[in-house]
Design a protein around this ligand. Structure first.
Ligand SMILES: [Zn+2]
Length: 107
């Protein structure tokens, strides 16, 4: 998704649009499986000066705006994925070997 589209998604929520919010949301959207805060931090900090606390705060803000949903894996770690009309609530599979969290089709 383009950064212009991401900015307009944030603007629709009537919040202050910052480069960091855009970058965190873009990293979640572009991931093909749910991501945790540490993974987001690694991806976003590659391009932007950002600290882990800001990633946490941004993720919580995006969650309360209902732009992302939280999934807790079997180890109790929170993962996040983008919410849109093409992505309704669905089950997840947590691989015990690689610890990766996969989205499963709900149908
Ligand atoms: Zn999912």
């Amino acid at each position: 998704m383009s950064i212009t589209k991401i900015k307009s998604l944030l603007r629709e929520k009537n919040i202050r649009v910052s480069e960091k919010k855009c970058a965190v949301l873009q990293a979640i959207i572009e991931s093909n499986s749910p991501v945790n805060v540490n993974e987001l931090y690694q991806r976003v900090s590659y391009d932007l000066p950002i600290d882990l606390a800001t990633v946490y705060r941004t993720v919580n803000a995006l969650k309360s705006l209902k732009l992302i949903r939280e999934i807790i894996n079997s180890s109790g770690i929170q993962y996040y994925e983008f919410i849109n009309s093409n992505n309704p609530v669905h089950p997840h599979f947590n691989c015990r070997i690689c610890n990766h969290l996969f989205c499963l089709d709900g149908r």
